[in-house]
Design a binder for this molecule. Sequence first.
Ligand SMILES: Cc1ncc(CN)c(N)n1
Length: 214
Amino acid sequence: MTEESRTPFSAWLRSQSEPDWTAVVTHPFAEAIGRGTAGMRRYLEQDFQFVDAFTALLGAAVAAADTFESRVAVGRFLGLTVADTERGYFHRALAEVGGEPAPPTLEPVTVEFRDLMDEVRRGQDYPLILAVLCVAEWAYLGWASRIVELPDGFVHREWIELHSGPEFEAWVGFLRGELDRLGPGLDEDGRAKVLDVFRRATTLERRFFDMALG
Ligand SMILES: Cc1ncc(CN)c(N)n1
């Protein structure tokens, strides 16, 4: 048995995405969110555009999933979290920081991230869709769960709360579990394609935080 075949697929994907993975979860912008000092206006304006494409991608995951229970898990997260709690957060937080829900310009990294999500959404290949969803959620769990003391202001505090805690951990556990379940059934070419998307998404996460830092 090789090391690769013993390691869960999701853990292997993450290990192959260093040093960018660690750069995301320890990013200075994420640490500034934790201290409550990060300037959130540009970040949230751009992220609202990210979330739009991310929501479409969740819909694609519902369509492309190979089991009913998987469709239900993704659909529940889409309906209960993204379409409700997170949407409400964005409207309140953008108003608080004076941000535009539809900013006049998209940053290059926002365009590239949306392009990647649109590419895998159109491809309707469930493991590739999972790769992007898993990076986006697992990396966010990574930085948010490093924060020990929550800041007072709701814009920073609720953004951390949305990406940490038992429910979000279970969601990330589901996404990782799906990759771990499907990875061993992929051939070498299929695994390489998932890794390519996983790495591209991880690099974009790093660049997104770089953009936010200014
Ligand atoms: C860029 C980015 N990556 C991930 C997430 C977490 N859903 C987010 N809101 N924005």
